[in-house]
Design a protein around this ligand. Structure first.
Ligand code: PEP
Ligand code: MN
Ligand code: NA
Length: 621
């Protein structure tokens, strides 16, 4: 059985599956590619997706009839659905994620590398006939406003209708996007299959199931080809290729080549009581509160926060010498557990209708539930595995990485700036992570190079969004550890280069930590809406109005400059929140040096200088 692309000299040239050929597609390579993938994967039919409401209704109805979706109570959640994944297909898999650059060194030590030719051979064998008995969907999409200067287009082929309906929320998907792919337009190719025929752990073939996935999984990126091939998983970041695969891994390579930045950042607009607007981009590792920060309701009077994005930002130096950012996505793929009316009413409201819930629990009234949604769990539920559940069950009712997929336009705090095709000018960049100790509530890093050093050395406690032991500390530079599509050291150099090109137009860089704890393990800072106090201080640093005091690691709020009125924080608590312990930080420096050693001579000299200077300051502290 020959699994490679059908060779042109094959005696019997197979018939092209119905619907694959389209003569009205302006881009010849795109038209040919769709036929080629259909010949490889042998679907029963090929459907070009148009992004219409009719298409959404048809697919969700088909999936509900097939048992892949549960329709929620339309009185509570109109036009909304629950999907339950295979229990082995619940998160991104970093160990099955590959960067297949021509040179191994270009992938760097943080990525799994495979030779592109070898990987293509292996993938061709897996994809051969993988869509038999299924429909192959062709999904054109735009990342960013269709036709916008910072936007990019791509096309995903998939045999997962769950991926199609998710993409209709997460991207500008369909005819409008296809229309801007002209004869010479560059587009990113994505090929995705859940991997039929399905096999169980013993390699035995089994029938189709509500959530098809395959024990063999690959999420492979070909940066020089601008192509992504993903096999075996139906889950979010593995299956929605425009998101992490394109908008971060492939786009980071495009950005390196073209002088811009593709980042794991939320975008928000902060407006002061005086009416001045500040645009802030903030990078955090997965499941560290980007969605909550992007939708924050300020607790301090007169301040307003509006949402632009919660996960990905593309930032480009503009003609005005400043860094301009767009959110390339069109929806949220947010972590549901922990989200409540109390701590994020905007998110709860956003997911009221036209939302796909994945791996949450179901109440007997056709409503959804997850840990943290209410203080008291319902007396009984159907859990994320479809099993009867009570609070005595001793297992989580929702998977800790359960998600909601909802259109950004349903967000009531959406900023008008979201529509800006040329992006918003960025005033401040914020780096954060989960740290029980050492990292203060907020630090002004002082200048771009020190800011890049801070971004490069961020560490965070592992969350349910990553496989591995939750709580373990891992270095996660710029929140991009799993998402930089090339060598991490080169990525740091690229950040230094972008800053040098921006010069005085560069945004200020800050570090934050909402998660510092006392000796008993209690959080020192209330977080959520109270984080507006920190944003206000950051805005004050940008406008020159907020006072700071120097520490060895940067500038922290001067006494009285961070508004904590009404919080009832004792003076010692505030002190602990801002404390810099030189002994602990010198140990962090040793860890940083070990971390840098992984990257050898690709660590920019400027960052080694920053480390040396930090040690000197700590030694003198
Ligand atoms: C994912 O896990 O697939 C994802 C897109 O989200 P996160 O940024 O939380 O990893
Ligand atoms: Mn993310
Ligand atoms: Na994840």
């Amino acid at each position: 059985h020959n699994h490679a692309f059908p060779p042109v000299w094959a005696s019997a040239i197979p018939e092209v599956p119905d619907g694959a050929r389209r003569h009205d597609v302006a881009n010849k390579q795109l038209a040919d590619w769709v036929v080629r993938i259909a010949l490889l994967t042998r679907p029963d039919e090929v459907v070009w997706c148009d992004g219409s409401d009719e298409e959404w209704n048809r697919l969700t109805t088909e999936m509900t009839d097939a048992g892949s979706l549960v329709r929620l109570d339309p009185g509570v959640h109109p036009d909304s659905f629950l999907a339950r994944s295979d229990p082995d297909d619940v998160a991104r898999m970093e160990d099955r994620t590959f960067i297949c650059s021509r040179s191994e060194a270009d992938a760097g030590p943080t990525n799994n590398w495979r030779d592109p030719a070898d990987m293509h051979t292996e993938l061709n064998a897996l994809f051969a006939e993988s869509m038999r008995g299924r429909t192959m969907y062709v999904v054109p999409y735009s990342m960013g406003p269709v036709g916008g200067a910072i936007s990019q287009v791509g096309v995903q082929i998939t045999d997962s209708p769950y991926a199609v309906i998710s993409l209709s929320i997460m991207t500008r998907m369909g005819d409008d996007a296809l229309a801007v792919i002209g004869p010479d337009t560059d587009w990113v190719a994505g090929v995705h299959s859940v991997g039929y025929p399905l096999r169980d752990r013993d390699g035995l073939r089994r029938d189709d199931v509500p959530w098809p996935s395959n024990p063999v999984k690959y999420v492979s990126h070909f940066p020089e080809e601008r192509a992504i091939w993903s096999f075996g998983s139906g889950y979010g970041g593995n299956a929605l290729l425009p998101k992490k695969c394109f908008a971060l891994r492939i786009a980071s390579v495009m950005a390196r080549d073209e002088g811009w930045l593709a980042e794991h950042m939320l975008l928000l607009k902060l407006t002061s009581p005086a009416g001045r607007a500040f645009h802030i981009a903030a990078a955090f590792p997965s499941a560290c509160g980007k969605t909550n920060l992007a939708m924050l309701r300020p607790t301090i009077p007169g301040w307003d926060v509006e949402t632009i994005g919660d996960d990905i930002a593309w930032l480009r130096p503009g003609d005005d010498g400043r860094l301009h950012a767009i959110n390339p996505e069109a929806g949220f793929f947010g972590v549901a557990p922990g989200t409540s009316v109390q701590n994020n009413p905007v998110a709860i409201d956003t997911m009221r209708k036209h939302t796909i819930f994945t791996n949450v629990a179901l109440t007997e009234d056709g409503e959804v539930w997850w840990e943290g949604k209410t203080d008291e769990p319902p007396a009984h539920l159907i859990d994320w595995r479809g099993q009867y559940w009570t609070p005595a069950s001793g297992t989580p009712a929702a998977h800790p990485n359960a998600r909601f997929t909802a259109p950004i336009e349903q967000c009531r705090t959406l900023a008008d700036d979201w529509y800006e095709a040329d992006g918003v000018p960025i005033d401040a960049i914020v780096f954060g992570g989960r740290r029980a100790s050492n990292v203060p509530l907020v630090v002004d890093t002082g200048d771009w190079e020190h800011g890049v050093f801070v971004g490069a050395t961020v560490s965070s406690e592992r969350t349910a969004a990553q496989e591995g032991r939750v709580g373990e500390l891992r270095r996660d530079p710029f929140g991009m550890l799993p998402f930089v599509g090339y060598d991490m050291g080169d990525y740091w150099q690229h950040w230094l280069d972008v800053g040098a090109a921006l010069g005085s137009g560069a945004p200020k860089i800050f570090q934050v930590n909402w998660f510092r704890q006392d000796e008993e393990g209690a959080f020192l800072w209330p977080g959520f809406g109270e984080n507006s106090r920190v944003l206000a201080w950051i805005a004050g640093r940008v406008s020159g109005e907020a006072e700071a005091v120097d520490t060895a690691i940067g500038e922290v709020p001067a006494p009285g400059s961070l508004d904590v009125t009404g919080l009832g924080l004792g003076a010692t608590v505030l002190q602990s929140l801002l404390d810099v312990d030189p002994v602990a930080w010198l140990e962090e420096c040793d860890r940083t040096e070990e971390f840098f050693a992984r990257f050898g001579d690709r660590v920019p000299g400027r960052l080694r200088d920053e480390l040396a200077r930090l040690r000197e300051r700590l030694a003198g502290a």
